[in-house]
Write a new protein. Sequence first.
Length: 87
Amino acid sequence: MFNIFFYLPKNYKIFSMKKIIAIVLLVAGIYGGYKGYQIIDGSSKGLEIADLELKAEDKDAKTQGYLFLGLGVIGVVAGAVLLARKQ
């Protein structure tokens, strides 16, 4: 069986722990932002008949959506900062 790690020098690092954490933070941040957007988008329903418009909003869902969106932004920024830093 071919093993690429056998041919690499012993002190060679493919990914450092910092890069792995940064990538995980980026992916989790993107997912959190997407999930937050979906929750905010689905928190209000409306009905329009001629000039009359009825709208209902779920404020708890909207708050949860903004929480996910905020955590997503924090995750993306933290992951980008970790990736941009030098070793």
